[in-house]
Design a protein. Structure first.
Length: 135
């Protein structure tokens, strides 16, 4: 009778062990009257404390892009440093006859400009600025 009990306990422990490995939890069992606990983790990534990078560069540096929005000669991209104001480009794009450049906006369909050439951009995030044209 004693042999059967050990066999059942052994099979039960094996099943518990497999289930514990599958879900990555704690396994507790008894052997020779002593309680044993083992923490089992499978497939978990180590925790990191590194600051995530933005899609455009190292942490704390953002990209401001200029889009001529139907015009031509948009300024080159600017790098904006976290916590510092960026002076927007003084370069003004050009458009066909009859259109006047009004400034820059964060929305390509904006009816009015939010930013002017040489103005300040202070948000700590990357942005695309679109030319606003007045017909």
């Amino acid at each position: 009778m004693e042999a059967k009990v050990r066999g059942i306990v052994s099979v039960t422990l094996a099943i518990i062990f497999v289930v514990a490995l599958t879900i990555g939890s704690t396994l507790a069992y008894m052997t020779d009257g002593e309680s044993l606990t083992q923490d089992i983790r499978v497939g978990t990534a180590p925790e990191t404390t590194a600051e995530p990078e933005t899609a455009t560069g190292p942490p704390g540096v953002y990209t401001v892009t200029y889009d001529a929005n139907g015009g031509a000669d948009a300024p080159p991209d600017d790098a904006k440093t976290q916590g510092e104001a960026l002076e927007l480009s003084w370069q003004v794009p050009v458009h066909g006859a009859g259109y006047i450049f009004a400034g820059w906006a964060a929305d390509s369909a904006a009816p009015a400009a939010q930013y002017q050439p040489g103005g300040s951009y202070t948000a700590d995030e990357s942005a695309a600025l679109y030319a606003v044209w007045i017909p």
